[in-house]
Ligand binder design. Structure first.
Ligand code: SF4
Length: 138
């Protein structure tokens, strides 16, 4: 069983109320069993919501300087709960997200600059021996 970022299969859970649907993801998942999650919604944030980034102090801040770290941690923990419930060994997650990014995240300055790093949920999955990979790696 694979756990998948819900926005990648077309669920409108993205911060702006849209999604990140990908034909490549659909093709990859067509003969597999999977469960979808949106950690930011599971952490209690609304959709739409303000975009957030992880800053250099490892805090997750919205673009309006609101500290949403607790929401992101809660979302990661709830996502891990679901991953364990379904015995997921792999996670296909949206690259670049402060929750789901597997290799890259925005640098916390809201200038569009990306740096190496993992989102909060991707990092928690990784620590719990769930192999994380992004849609960019398909
Ligand atoms: S938190 Fe993850 S699943 Fe939810 S919209 Fe962001 S990238 Fe997609």
């Amino acid at each position: 069983m694979i756990i998948v970022s819900a926005c990648l299969v077309g669920v409108n859970c993205k911060y702006n109320g849209g999604n990140n649907y990908s034909d490549k993801v659909k093709e990859f998942l067509k003969d597999k069993q999977y469960v979808i999650i949106c950690p930011e919604q599971l952490g209690g944030l609304t959709t739409p919501r303000k975009p957030s980034e992880i800053n250099k102090n490892n805090k997750v801040m919205s673009c309006e300087d609101e500290d949403v770290t607790e929401n992101f941690i809660k979302g990661a923990e709830e996502s891990l709960k679901i991953a364990k419930m379904f015995n997921c060994k792999q996670a296909l997650l949206k690259e670049g997200s402060p929750s789901c990014g597997c290799n890259l995240i925005y640098d916390g300055t809201f200038t569009g600059n990306k740096i190496s790093g993992m989102g909060i949920t991707a990092a928690l999955f990784n620590e719990n021996n769930i192999e994380v990979f992004s849609e960019k790696e398909l």
